[in-house]
Ligand binder design. Structure first.
Ligand SMILES: Nc1ncnc2c1ncn2[C@@H]1O[C@H](COP(=O)(O)OP(=O)(O)O)[C@@H](O)[C@H]1O
Ligand SMILES: [Mg+2]
Length: 454
């Protein structure tokens, strides 16, 4: 009798649990000690697409989640298996902070619904009055929306980070450019001053040198005549004195050495004149010139003509011109850039004949040209300095170290950029990218364009 009563109570409780669960908005199912489904509520039907009729009384709860049989959290609880020891759950589960003996898990289930769902699962033990395990209850919350939102947020965040990184890089570049142009400005002033001071004395030394050369020639002619006349001297003592004197001053040696000295000095002066000219160009990057619309390719070709002699025996020049529109520029100055790059390329090529490649192209409102060589390349530690005024790795007399900084200034004046790619021993490519038209802020009166120092 008491046993009958007990049965009824359990049945009653079970029915009550069914009603409770069906009225509950959270998808929930219950399995008994034998893994048989005893409850599968309406929310569960709705979320998982499997009906109560199909599920209750079976052990098929896995079907609602996976394509092949495998335990769910509720099954582990029924079997008293620690999820930590199950490879399916090891990295995913965590003990519930609310319910003793319960576990939680969040996972993506690709087989639920059309596009899969993110579910948050909680499984807890069910105990009878006597405290013994009677089964397990598992509830599922659809957290897809939250997950999607999280992912979107993450993506937005990543994108933002990317943008920040990009901006930082741009800023760094701008800052470098500013430092560079600052340096250029002060070097420009210095160069202008030095060039001006040196130009005059060098001018008259150079012209005096020409005169001196002429005078020396006359003196030597005269000396030769005297020497020839010595034989005709009647006084042998006088002849002997002359000969002794000649040996004492080493006249023969002087006759040989003076022209050599003259020649070397002359070369030195020519070199200095060259440097001064470079300095003047450098400090007057922006002498009064007209902004005009021009085709870069024409400029490259005419520059190539000028330096052809310097390059002819060093390298073959390959032109790979892409179609480009005219750009608004100072063509003569851009020619100078091209010239510097071409000469540098030729210098970079060793004793073996090399190749210099000229390219043009455009990208939207940007037009570019590049000068590439298969020469010596640039050492990584030099890359940051090649645009510095007076930086040169060339032997004295071959380089002034002004070519690239001059070019840098010109390109900057065009609001463009000059970039280099180089591999040591393989070659370098300098690329100059220019805007098609000059920005409105640059539209100034020509007088404003002049360099402050002349
Ligand atoms: N195409 C190139 N290949 C290798 N090194 C180069 C090239 N262009 C420039 N450089 C390096 O940059 C330095 C500076 O160049 P530049 O300013 O033109 O001065 P210079 O040519 O008078 O040395 C050169 O001395 C050289 O070391
Ligand atoms: Mg150079």
């Amino acid at each position: 009798m008491s046993s009958f009563h007990h049965e009824r109570t359990v049945e009653h409780a079970t029915v009550a649990l069914s009603e409770l669960l069906d009225g509950h908005p959270v998808a929930t199912f219950v399995i008994d000690n034998a893994h048989v489904i005893t409850h599968w509520n309406k929310a569960c039907e709705h979320l998982l697409g499997w009906s109560t009729q199909e599920m209750v009384g079976t052990r098929h709860h896995w079907r609602a989640f996976y394509t092949r049989p495998r335990p769910l959290l509720a099954d582990l609880i029924v079997d008293a298996v620690d999820p930590a020891s199950d490879r399916n759950f090891r990295d995913k589960y965590r003990p519930s902070t609310l319910i003793d003996g319960a576990y939680e898990e969040e996972d993506f289930f690709p087989n639920i619904g059309a596009a899969g769902h993110w579910l948050q699962l909680t499984a807890a033990p069910l105990r009878g009055h006597d405290g013994r395990l009677a089964g397990a209850i598992q509830s599922l919350r659809d957290v897809t929306e939250r997950r999607v939102a999280e992912n979107a947020l993450r993506q937005a965040h990543d994108k933002l980070e990317h943008t920040v990184r990009q901006r930082t890089a741009q800023l760094t570049r701008t800052q470098q450019q500013l430092v560079q142009s600052d340096k250029l400005a002060s070097i420009g002033q210095l160069a202008a001053g030095v060039a001006h001071e040196i130009n005059n004395p060098i001018g008259y030394i150079f012209s005096n040198f020409g005169t001196l050369q002429g005078y020396l020639d006359s003196l030597f002619t005269m000396l030769d005549a005297y020497r020839a006349a010595e034989a005709a001297l009647a006084d042998p003592a006088l002849a002997q004195r002359l000969q002794a004197l000649r040996q004492q001053v080493e006249l023969d040696f002087l006759r040989e050495d003076i022209p050599t000295l003259m020649q070397e000095s002359r070369e030195g002066i020519v070199r200095v004149r060259h440097i001064v000219q470079d300095l003047k160009d450098f400090s007057r990057v922006d002498s009064a010139q007209e902004w005009v619309w021009a085709d870069l390719r024409q400029g490259l070709d005419s520059t190539l003509n000028i330096v052809a002699n310097e390059i002819r025996y060093t390298a073959e020049v390959v032109r790979e011109y892409g179609e480009i529109p005219d750009i608004e520029c100072l063509p003569l100055q851009l020619n100078q850039v091209a010239m510097n790059l071409l000469v540098n390329a030729a210098h970079a090529i060793g004793p073996a004949r090399g190749r210099i490649t000229l390219r043009t192209g455009c990208d939207g409102e940007q037009v570019w040209f590049s000068v590439g060589d298969n020469g010596c390349g640039i050492a990584p530690q030099d890359l940051g300095r090649i645009f510095d005024p007076f930086f040169t790795t060339k032997e004295v007399g071959k380089g002034t170290g002004l070519g690239l900084s001059l070019s840098y200034g010109i390109v900057q004046k065009h609001q463009g950029r000059i970039e280099v790619e180089s591999a040591l021993g393989q070659g370098s490519t300098f690329r100059v990218t220019l805007p098609r038209r000059r920005a409105a802020t640059e539209e100034r009166k020509p007088s404003d364009n002049d360099h402050p120092v002349r």
